[in-house]
Design a binder for this molecule. Structure first.
Ligand code: NI
Length: 174
């Protein structure tokens, strides 16, 4: 397994619509394993393939808390089949938007259909944090970041800070 570099906004590859996965084969399973390892190392609770520069409709999630057994969830070609009218607000972050967090409003409950790593079609209902994370990661597959749910003012402020942080060497006091 290998750690993959995570793209940071603003990066044009994060704005592209990802392609459907055509085959669940050994190459894809290796990518899934690498994405999980990368997500755990970050650490994060969700990661979508476009965040590691791969234009595929694939995401991984693990909401297990520290000390709990790992509970990886892998969704290939996910599609939302139902959204609640009721909404929920969560403070979201993103491995591609490091060190910035903001409240995002989304449907509180969803149903999502996907293919798992064993090539089985599944459909699950989700609420709470899982509903939010699935929607956040699925947004990545359409080139949408949580920043795109914020006001232009807030989004541009965060993007400017990310660009500035990139130009400043780590640890430098400027
Ligand atoms: Ni994200």
């Amino acid at each position: 397994m290998a750690l993959l570099p995570i793209l940071v906004a603003p990066d044009p590859r994060l704005k592209q619509k990802a392609r459907r996965v055509e085959a669940v084969d050994g190459v894809l399973r290796r990518l899934i394993d690498d994405m999980l390892e990368t997500m755990y190392a970050a650490p994060g609770i969700g990661l979508a393939a476009p965040q590691v520069g791969v234009s595929k409709r694939l995401l991984v999630i693990d909401l297990a808390k520290e000390g709990e057994p790992k509970a990886p969830l892998c969704m290939i070609n996910p599609e939302l089949t139902w959204l609640s009218d009721e909404e929920a607000t969560y403070e979201e972050g993103c491995l591609s938007v490091p060190e910035h967090y903001a409240d995002v409003v989304r449907p509180a409950r969803i149903r999502v259909r996907y293919i798992d790593r064993d090539n089985e079609i599944r459909e699950i209902a989700a609420d709470g944090l899982l509903a939010t994370v699935v929607q956040h990661e699925m947004d990545h597959l359409d080139g949408i970041l949580f920043l795109d749910h914020l006001t232009n003012l807030k989004r541009n402020m965060i993007l400017r800070k990310l660009v500035k942080a990139r130009k400043t060497p780590a640890g430098a006091e400027l």
